[in-house]
Design a protein around this ligand. Structure first.
Ligand SMILES: [Zn+2]
Length: 455
């Protein structure tokens, strides 16, 4: 026995198929109800009237085409979409001239893509009543496709409906609930508690900030997933964790909030957020070089020549050279400054680490100069650590201490080759990136190389 449609929908269909007017049909329904002395419901009476008029009112006939997201295009109407709810935005108020109300966006996904469904006013109550949550499957009935900011969006049509966890539909092709994550390009301001998969592009130096007389750490890092690139900000304990991330690492961030920052959208990680390293990634994320748009060529140190750009090499740290360790850097002018305020722009400068290490890869050795985050990685110390130590020690003592930890460690360095600034007969690498060596990736690389030469 098929489920019955409600009276309102049946009346609409009768109007459409018979050309009778609505009033006429309502009267027929009232007659039926009278005849059955109140034993018939409104829906039941409408059903009988439809049958008598030979109007097909089985549920399946009502179903519009079920379309996949990748096949949607602007202007399509009367569409049914079966999808997993990837995100539910908290309803927001709007006021535009005399119009006032609420709207709420749902991000929906199926195996072909993602799209936003915007609900207005009373439609929001429908999902509030059903306590719609992230991960649920919905059948959004009778939608139409529009555009907003150049992207396709869905809205419920008149008589549109949202069926939460619909029965008797095949959900096996939808993204699995535990793998639900949003692509960076689909994030919008105000989204809360969202999950993303991404690759770390770069990590900036951790900094201290003061909040209600208490000192805590904050760190920024940049991530990308092939659809977009954005900065993420982590505070306190999570800043310490993020400080250990390195360029190229795959991560999942859970429970982040999307805010608007100086350079566009930012992900903010608070105490409810998590960073998961090397997650099982739900979709393919491009390699680091592809995301950065720079291709690095792997070289042996003995092959290097002045002027070579975008090279990478793997070597062991065999020495840490003497130096000042810290200099002032103006974030506005992006240049070295002589003190705590910049002589050029007058803004506050930042202390930044600099160090030169010697790398050995078995073919030769080379000096490698590193700044900021890269220097932190080589010395196994944060800038904050170094500045704290400067209260009691001088640069040489701190370098001695760092040397003990640094010697023997293997790192991967990417950057450009130039003549050594002090000794033009020698070469130097200016590192734009340094990462602790990922052993399994290196082994794989060597094996791949072996199988290529043997075949
Ligand atoms: Zn400046």
């Amino acid at each position: 026995m098929p489920k019955l449609l409600d009276a309102r929908t049946i009346i609409k269909r009768i109007v459409k198929e018979t050309g009778k007017n609505e009033q006429e049909i309502k009267e027929l329904i009232e007659e039926k109800k009278k005849k059955f002395a109140g034993l018939l419901t409104e829906d039941g009476a409408a059903f009988m009237v439809a049958k008598e008029l030979n109007v097909d009112i089985e549920i399946k006939a009502e179903q519009a085409e079920v379309v996949k997201i990748a096949n949607l295009s602007a202007g399509m109407r009367n569409i049914d979409l079966l999808a997993r709810v990837l995100h539910v935005q908290a309803p927001r108020k709007f006021e535009k001239g005399a119009r006032k109300g609420r709207y709420c966006r749902l991000l929906l996904g199926d195996e072909t893509g993602e799209i936003t469904l915007t609900l207005w006013n009373n439609d929001i109550k429908k999902i509030e009543k059903k306590k719609l949550e992230r991960g649920a499957v919905i059948l959004a009935k009778n939608c139409y496709v529009g555009t907003f900011n150049g992207k396709l969006t869905l809205a419920l049509g008149f008589n549109g409906e949202i069926i939460v966890e619909p029965k008797g539909v095949d959900t096996s092709t939808l993204p699995k609930p535990e793998r639900v994550a949003i692509k960076l390009a689909d994030l919008s301001e105000g989204m809360q508690n969202i999950d993303v998969f991404a690759r770390v592009l770069r990590v900036f130096e951790m900094r201290e900030f003061e909040h209600s007389g208490e000192k805590a750490n904050v760190i920024r890092f940049e991530i990308a997933d092939g659809t977009a690139c954005m900065q993420a900000v982590a505070w306190r304990d999570l800043a310490e964790k993020a400080n250990k991330l390195y360029a190229g690492e795959l991560i999942k961030i859970e429970g982040a909030n999307v805010k608007s920052g100086l350079k566009g959208l930012e992900l903010h990680l608070d105490w409810r957020s998590r960073i998961i390293e090397e997650p099982v990634v739900a979709f393919k994320i491009p390699e680091l070089s592809e995301l950065l748009g720079t291709k690095y060529t792997r070289k042996r140190i003995s092959e290097l020549q002045a002027g070579m750009q975008n090279i990478e090499l793997v070597g062991e740290i065999v020495d840490v050279m003497k130096g000042n360790l810290v200099y002032y850097f103006c974030p506005t002018c992006k240049e070295k400054a002589s003190g705590e305020t910049c002589d050029r722009c007058g803004n506050k400068t930042r202390p930044r680490l600099v160090t030169t290490i010697m790398l050995d890869d078995g073919s030769s050795t080379i000096a490698c100069t590193m700044f900021g985050k890269q220097a932190e990685l080589a010395l196994c110390m944060t800038t904050i650590d170094v500045l704290n130590k400067f209260r009691e020690k001088d640069a040489q003592e701190i370098i001695e201490e760092a040397r003990k930890r640094a010697l023997g460690r293997t790192i991967l360095v990417r950057g450009n080759v130039k003549e050594h600034s002090l000794n033009p007969d020698e070469l130097e690498i200016i590192a734009s990136e340094a990462t602790p060596i990922n052993k399994s990736a290196e082994i794989e690389r060597v094996l791949r190389g072996l199988s290529e030469t043997s075949s």
